[in-house]
Design a protein around this ligand. Structure first.
Ligand code: CU
Length: 670
């Protein structure tokens, strides 16, 4: 008896995020945050007035679930009540399409099978929203249904049933166009710890060997460059999940605050780089919600294997700048210029304490790893609030409540934030861009502003609920100005940009983005390899040869230069193969590499005038260390050394490693 009570208590504490729905309230009060001092909109941005989110049929709605559709409109749904106000109803939901252009709900749709409240959702390859689970007649009771919303028809349809309920699950798109769903509560209020994969033939594959190592609701899941799913929290332990076959979890690292960041949030703000923010403080006996933020660079060592002696360090969490305010129930939104906007939340301890509501937005600059305080919103946006990037570069901030925290009211309204980049002069324009592109192809964007463009970014359409956006991710593209526009290379790796719809932005040298063009990456099921992306290939060369991420002012020009060396091949695969080998060879010749203390100590490079450039024995060893991130086995070492000694053709050996299955599997789960 006592033991089961303790278990329940531990469960409730570890699931602090859902406390409000359990009607557990606290009276804890935190310090009121100070208002920001800046008001220049080109520095801190500006907020619109507060507007009711009026529906056509059912009054003003609390935007608990918001998703940007491929047509640029926003799908919204909320907690479903019946005509008597009972919100533990089952089997139906009303959903709404809001148009950013007119600021009104323009259509509604009815789902006649499922109460979608507290479901998970993300877009599959064809732009349909896959909504998993929902509210099965009461809190902590999950729906086994899965549903599609089709932006083309504006209608709902049933997907294959998941077989077991989910309330508070997360979805994430995979590189092979499948979608993972994980966590939540089942019909019987038990934790559903069995991840499963929606397959493109509309059947589910249980990851039967991989029961969850965490008890998170709405776990933070991100598709990693190696094709596995990275679970970044909110638990202190973070993991990889292999999604092929019957699945496998692998521990990666604990977060640095050694705490459960419940009701915090997480974003993939660059290929393989994840930022976690806020959370914690849900137990009023514990500390305040976190100001601390931390990032992990998954690119440092994509090998996750028990059988290989790695020479690369494992990925670790690392503290970056703190936010000015601790926050739980916050939202984080990726912006076209690569920065991260944080809005809302509360800095008071307790599940959802309005006295500590944070009104000031904050913006994270990945280049400096610091935060700046932005303009303040007018309305508290706490539990059940959402934030969503719109194609015009503004951010929709909406919802909160239903149920409201103690002393709070529901927020059936929205405000729109215009970031500073909208107050910095003329915007570049996209005159024409393709609506669909295959991976690893070059294509053309027509723009009169080609000469001023400094960045081209793609952001996957957002789909947000409960402080986590299950669909957003950002990738920067390699491009070069041409007459009348830009030649751009689409990513080569489906694990960097899984098939589906993205906002494509041009950003000029003032940091001002264009209005997005929405572009679809074509359906494909092979889960192509991240190392086939020119930019990622070069980036990994910096990582593997020089032990650094080239995303800094000094290395960016080199990253672009070497990437263009490959993308100049346009769509000629043979040319790319040759150029990739040449780029790799250039890293062997670089001063930075040849100055590595271990390279010098091992006598890798022969003195000038020697018959061969390298000590061949050491050269093979370094091929293993660099390309495979391990020490050579004796037979492999002897085989390749013997092979090299025939002709001393180093490029030939480099290419053999570059095309080897072992090298390629570092960047793509088998
Ligand atoms: Cu909820």
């Amino acid at each position: 008896m006592k033991r089961s009570l303790m278990f329940l208590f531990a469960l409730v504490v570890s699931l602090g995020m859902i406390l409000t729905e359990l009607s557990v309230r606290t009276g804890a009060v935190g310090p009121a945050p100070a208002p920001p001092v800046q008001s220049d909109p080109s520095v801190v941005g500006a907020w619109s007035s507060v507007t009711n989110l009026n529906s056509i049929s059912s009054g003003a709605i609390v935007a608990i679930h918001t998703s940007l559709l491929p047509n640029g409109k926003v799908l919204v749904f909320t907690r479903q009540q019946d005509s008597t106000g009972n919100d533990n109803v089952n089997g139906f939901s009303r959903t709404y399409v809001w148009d950013p252009a007119s600021g009104s709900v323009i259509s509604e749709a009815f789902n006649g099978t499922t109460n979608l409240f507290c479901s998970g959702h993300a877009f599959i390859h064809d732009g349909r929203l896959l909504v998993t689970g929902g509210h099965f007649g009461g809190d902590l009771r999950g729906e086994p249904d899965a549903n599609f919303y089709d932006w083309n028809t504006g209608a709902w349809s049933s997907a294959a049933s998941m077989g077991r309920g989910r309330w508070y699950p997360s979805n994430v798109a995979l590189g092979n166009s499948e979608m993972l769903v994980d966590a939540g509560f089942d019909e019987n209020q038990a934790i559903n710890n069995q991840p499963q994969v929606w397959q493109t033939n509309n059947t589910w594959r249980p990851l039967s060997s991989a029961p969850d190592p965490h008890t998170n609701t709405y776990p933070w899941l991100h598709l990693a460059p190696n094709g596995q799913v990275f679970h970044s929290g909110p638990s202190l332990a973070t993991h990889y999940l292999r999604t092929s076959g019957s699945g496998q979890w692998t521990f990666v690292a604990n977060n640095t605050v050694l705490d459960n960041r419940d009701a915090g949030t997480s974003v993939t703000y660059d290929d393989g780089k994840v930022l976690i923010m806020g959370g914690g403080g849900g137990n009023p006996m514990a500390a305040l919600p976190r100001r601390e933020c931390e990032m992990i660079n998954l690119n440092v060592s994509p090998v996750i294997s028990n059988t290989i002696t790695s020479v690369a360090p494992a990925p670790q969490w690392r503290r970056v700048g703190d936010m000015a305010f601790g926050r739980r129930q916050l939202n984080a939104t990726l912006l076209p210029d690569g920065k991260v906007l944080v809005t809302g939340g509360t800095s008071s301890p307790g599940a959802d304490e309005p006295s500590g509501a944070v009104f000031a937005a904050e913006m994270y600059n990945p280049d400096t790893e610091t935060w700046s305080t932005m303009a303040s919103m007018q309305v508290r946006r706490l539990y059940h609030s959402t934030a969503l990037l719109l194609p015009d570069g503004r951010v929709l901030s909406a919802g909160g409540g239903f149920p409201p925290g103690p002393g709070e009211v529901n927020q059936p309204n929205y405000e729109i934030y215009s970031p500073p980049y909208l107050f910095k002069g003329p915007r570049p324009a996209i005159t024409a861009a393709p609506s669909e592109v295959a991976l690893n192809t070059n294509f053309f964007i027509t723009t009169p502003d080609a000469a001023s463009i400094s960045k081209v970014t793609m952001i996957r359409l957002g789909s947000v609920t409960h402080a986590f956006n299950q669909n957003q991710r950002l990738t920067e593209l390699i491009f070069r100005p041409q007459a009348g526009g830009l030649e751009v290379q689409f990513p080569g790796g489906a694990n960097l940009t899984p098939s589906g719809h993205y906002m494509l932005f041009l950003v000029n040298s003032n940091g001002v983005p264009s209005v997005a063009s929405i572009v679809k990456i074509s359906f494909q099921t092979t889960g192509s390899n991240s190392i086939d992306d020119a930019r990622y290939f070069v980036r990994m060369h910096y990582q593997d040869f020089l032990d650094r991420d080239p995303i800094n002012a000094a290395d960016r020009p080199g990253l672009v230069f070497w990437s263009r060396n490959i993308t100049q091949c346009i769509n000629d695969a043979g040319c790319r193969d040759v150029k990739r080998r040449d780029v790799s060879n250039a890293f062997w010749s670089s001063t930075d590499f040849r100055s590595r203390p271990d390279v010098i100590a091992d006598g890798l490079v022969n003195p000038p005038g020697s018959p061969t450039t390298y000590n061949n024995h050491q050269f093979i060893r370094y091929c293993y260390r660099i390309y495979l991130r391990r020490e050579p086995d004796a037979s492999g070492w002897a085989f390749w050394e013997n092979d090299l000694n025939r002709d001393n053709d180093y490029k030939r050996i480099e290419r053999a490693f570059l095309v080897s299955g072992e090298y390629r599997n570092r960047f793509h789960q088998p």
